[in-house]
Design a protein around this ligand. Structure first.
Ligand SMILES: *Cc1c(COP(=O)(O)O)cnc(C)c1O
Length: 219
């Protein structure tokens, strides 16, 4: 299958999952995760109409996205990987949405950079729903108060929660937990679901799904 065929296959599956969940068409935005792939692989996906992309490394993104963004002024680039404070300035300059705010230090660094650059970006708080020690994200019990802190104290534009469920577990309960926490926090957006489970995530209310290998192929 060509990259274009895989993209349209994913889009069709998203539409079918929205319908099955009795949600309106377009309820779940596709974030095409292009990490490890170069501009040559990304261009056909842009040409097929895709505009929202996700990357997990700031430095890797700086190597390919400035040129692609110069070619298309309506690209929306999401940072979906862990962020270090010393990369906050670069991240705020290049990305349009930051999905991985998970601790006070990085929240403060982002808030300061957004102010300095005059760029107020929408952000998600990443929640470690499986409490995995090796995984980024704030503990579920702290997620609602942390989102409130980021909004009230730091004036960050927190729009939702993001999670990556443990690879070996049934993702449904994790998606349900994220949806419950977002409701409690009064947040509308839920970034959840990847190539293996985006249809399940849509059934649990995902407003965006982050799909990489199902579009670009194995990494
Ligand atoms: C790589 C990645 C994805 C996409 O994973 P696939 O299984 O290739 O769809 C989604 N979210 C995050 C945070 C990632 O790092």
């Amino acid at each position: 299958m060509t990259i274009e065929a895989r993209l349209s296959d994913v889009r069709a599956k998203i539409a079918a999952a929205e319908k099955a969940a009795r949600r309106p068409g377009g309820a779940a935005t596709l974030v095409a995760v292009s990490k490890t792939f170069g501009a040559e692989e990304i261009r056909p996906v842009i040409a097929a109409g895709q505009r929202v992309f996700g990357e997990n490394r700031v430095q890797e993104s700086q190597g390919k996205w400035p040129a692609l963004k110069a070619e298309h002024d309506d690209i929306e680039l999401h940072l979906i990987g862990p962020l270090q404070s010393n990369k906050a300035a670069d991240a705020v300059a290049l990305f349009d949405v930051i999905e991985t705010v998970d601790r006070e230090k990085i929240a403060r660094a982002l808030a300061a950079e957004m102010k300095a650059q005059g760029r107020s970006l929408p952000v998600y708080v990443q929640v470690n729903t499986g409490l995995e020690p090796q995984k980024a994200g704030i503990a579920p019990e702290d997620a609602v108060s942390f989102a409130g802190f980021c909004k009230r104290e730091l004036c960050l534009d927190v729009i939702g929660f993001m999670c990556i469920p443990p690879a070996e577990e049934n993702p449904g309960p994790h998606f349900a937990l994220l949806a419950k926490l977002a409701k409690e926090a009064g947040l509308e957006k839920l970034s959840m679901g990847m190539s293996g489970d985006f249809e399940t995530a849509i059934a649990f209310g995902a407003t965006s799904v982050r799909v990489g290998s199902a579009i670009f192929g194995a990494r």
